[in-house]
Design a binder for this molecule. Structure first.
Ligand SMILES: Nc1ncnc2c1ncn2[C@@H]1O[C@H](COP(=O)(O)OP(=O)(O)OP(=O)(O)O)[C@@H](O)[C@H]1O
Length: 318
């Protein structure tokens, strides 16, 4: 399976999916860090998870979408609005954003005070929804944000972020600090949010289980490099590690194995033993067996394994 870019994504879904976010060769360059070029469509009505190593640019990407990181090259648009310096910023009131870290300037405020401030900014603000979410997360609205525990504050901020039922939700590591019960409630709330059908969630997460449960698509980043965007179910269904053995080993077996259909990665795991990472499991296994090699085992790949494989592949490509 190949990484899905705009046209391929439409074909894969067999629908003319609207892009909630479109990036065309977007590049953001700082003194010590460059993100991009980024070329992807985040489809409307779906959950896309950004998965990447620390410092890979997940938060930078989210900030760019809010016009907080200048774009050096390429184009980005959010819900049809192109992000340009000094451009129309009204699109931001249709977005809910939960930053990775709390804003220290808001420390003296209570959650209710912050909510009051937000209610003036968002035309679709719904006090009923805010109160329901605060109750759901067992949050106190009249305590200063600085006096709340990390997890309590996260839950209060999440309630505020969701209270205006935004068309696009950007969540930067939302589960950071949440206990397992709160985490489950958050997943329920996010699933409820998506039930409207026309809502889009972009979530940066290091939590494999969260990605597995929520995401429809996964966008991979590493050190600012875009490693591709994949449909989650196809990714987990098709990527496999196949252990192969052939007594004698040598360069012949390796060059034959390099022609395995769907090969994403290959490594020698011992004398005459090879570890193949493939995304065409049936054809791959058939090919290996047809060459007379012994298949020692086949395993599904975890998210971390897939990310490592994509990183290695990108490094060999360079
Ligand atoms: N406040 C900052 N000042 C200067 N450089 C920064 C700052 N925050 C991030 N960076 C740089 O931008 C790069 C991308 O950081 P970013 O926060 O986008 O990564 P991330 O993928 O969200 O990381 P993490 O998983 O650790 O949250 C980092 O490698 C870092 O060098």
């Amino acid at each position: 399976m190949t990484a899905m870019h705009s046209e391929a994504l439409k074909t894969a879904n067999d629908t003319a999916t609207e892009a909630a976010i479109a990036c065309r060769g977007v590049r953001i360059a700082g003194e010590r860090f460059t993100l991009g070029p980024l070329h992807c469509d985040i489809p409307q009505g779906f959950v896309t998870a950004i998965v990447g190593t620390n410092g890979s640019g997940k938060s930078t990407l989210m900030r760019m979408l809010l016009g907080m990181e200048p774009i050096q090259a390429g184009e980005a648009s959010v819900m049809g609005v192109r992000i340009i310096p000094g451009g129309d910023e009204r699109y931001k009131s249709r977005i809910g954003f939960l930053a990775e870290l709390p804003n220290v300037y808001e420390n003296p405020m209570t959650a209710d005070e912050k909510a009051k401030f937000a209610s003036c900014w968002y035309p679709t603000w719904d006090w009923e929804r805010y109160r329901r979410l605060m109750r759901q997360f067992e949050c106190e609205g009249d305590v200063k944000l600085s006096k709340l525990s990390k997890g309590m504050r996260r839950k209060a901020e999440l309630s505020i972020t969701l209270a205006h039922d935004p068309e696009l939700l950007l969540l930067d590591e939302p589960s950071s600090g949440l206990d397992p019960f709160a985490w489950r409630k958050m997943l329920d709330e996010l699933q409820r949010y998506m039930e409207a059908g026309n809502r889009t969630l972009l979530i940066a997460s290091h939590v494999t289980e969260e990605v597995r449960r929520l995401a429809d698509y996964i966008l991979f980043l590493d050190r600012g490099r875009f490693l591709g965007m994949y449909e989650k179910d196809r990714l987990f269904d098709s990527w496999r590690v196949v252990m192969v053995q052939q007594s004698g080993g040598g360069s012949e077996i390796e060059s034959a194995l390099r022609r395995t259909p769907g090969l994403q990665g290959i490594a020698e795991a011992g004398p005459g033993v090879y570890r193949l990472e493939i995304d065409e499991p049936d054809q791959g296994e058939h090919y290996v067996r047809s060459k007379g090699y012994q298949v020692l085992g086949i395993q599904r790949m975890e998210l971390e394994d897939i990310l490592s494989c994509l990183i290695r592949k990108e490094e060999t490509r360079r």
